[in-house]
Design a binder for this molecule. Structure first.
Ligand code: PEP
Ligand code: MN
Length: 339
């Protein structure tokens, strides 16, 4: 931490700041210039809040220089995290992984047709919500465990892995037999109790960015899961809320390279929720891979006009196929592949 004192700070104020830094466990290095005194705190105290220093008397400003996330930071695993799934699919390697499927599981026929289309297009994961976090309590809330059973069945038939959202702690245990990857939704990115519990299981998780979460908050949330010992975690940019109303959310493509630099965790992108409009999803998907995404999580429905949720942003099966063909051409430009 660096504390810059005000030009007019008194010796007493400077000593007060030094005392507090030492109390927290910092080794303090003092530089006194012509006007200003700078205090550099070296060391890694377990708990400190830079905001506390910003308001101490005589302080001009204080900056944190070490990252507050120890396990999620890139330096913890500079080579990057690779997550290997039971069928040998690896996320975080050279291959960009496609995950697709409907927003919600609606029926056996619908999820089977979806799985067939995803497999045909070259996708590796079948997505689909069985527990749905809907903005309105009157909207379709999902099929629950019955939906998961259907997903598991059709995914096994088509050779896909299952990724689906978990909304609360009590769902984890009953979901375990059916899922390959737990999805933590944007609305739950700061449900810290849920994150802690997911840290105690040994099954991969994908955590979406909250709609108003900063990148630092994403990484601190990731820390909750990692600190429980579950290192198989992927992060996912899915659009944030801004003043723009032309799209459902604003797809923050810049978050992808920034996250890739700051963390060793695989970074995925969900262009469907990112823009919310089917016609723009492929462009955002291509942009995400160009920006370094390790995979894509996308909505595709065999009959989007009839979808029970998010039909407007769900691609047609042919659109997904066409997109994957384009991704195969684009990926080598950035040193990746889509198989
Ligand atoms: C979803 O994937 O269908 C979903 C609800 O996503 P998010 O949590 O990003 O809104
Ligand atoms: Mn959705």
């Amino acid at each position: 931490m660096i504390v810059a004192m005000q030009d007019a700070a008194t010796e007493e104020q400077i000593q007060g700041v030094i005392e507090r830094m030492v109390e927290l466990g910092f080794n303090v290095h003092r530089t006194t210039g012509a006007a200003q005194t700078i205090l550099a705190g070296v060391g890694k105290p377990d708990h400190f809040d830079v905001a506390e220093f910003k308001v101490l008397e005589g302080v001009h400003d204080a900056y944190r220089i070490s990252s507050p996330y120890k396990l999620a930071g890139r330096s913890f695993r500079p080579e990057g995290t690779k997550i290997t799934f039971p069928n040998g699919v690896v996320v975080g390697g050279e291959e960009v992984i496609v995950m697709a499927g409907p927003c919600s599981v609606e029926s056996r026929g619908q999820i089977l047709e979806s799985a067939q289309a995803v497999a045909k297009a070259g996708g590796k994961f079948l997505r689909g919500g069985a527990f749905k976090p809907r903005s309105s309590p009157y909207s379709f809330q999902g099929m629950g465990i019955e939906g998961l059973k259907l997903m598991r069945e059709v995914a096994d038939e088509t050779g896909l892995l299952v990724i689906t959202e978990v909304m609360e702690i009590s769902q984890i245990e009953p979901m375990l037999p059916y899922v390959d990857c737990f999805q933590i939704g944007a609305r739950n990115m700061q449900n810290f109790n849920l994150l802690r519990e997911l840290g105690h299981i040994r099954k991969p998780c994908l955590m979406k960015r909250g709609i108003a979460a900063t990148i630092e908050e994403v990484l601190l949330s990731a820390e909750y899961i990692l600190s429980g010992g579950n290192y198989d975690l992927m992060l996912c940019e899915r659009g944030i809320r801004t003043y723009e109303t032309a799209t459902r959310n604003t797809m923050d493509i810049s978050a992808i390279p920034v996250l890739k630099k700051l963390t060793h965790l695989p970074v995925l992108a969900d262009p469907s929720h990112g823009v919310g409009i089917r016609e723009f999803v492929p462009a955002m998907a291509l942009a995400s891979v160009a920006a370094g995404a390790d995979g894509l999580l996308m909505e595709m429905h065999p009959n989007p006009e009839k979808a029970m949720s998010d039909g407007a942003q769900s691609m047609y099966p042919e659109q997904l196929e066409h997109l994957v063909a384009q991704l195969k051409q684009l990926a080598p430009v950035v040193g990746r592949s889509v198989k």
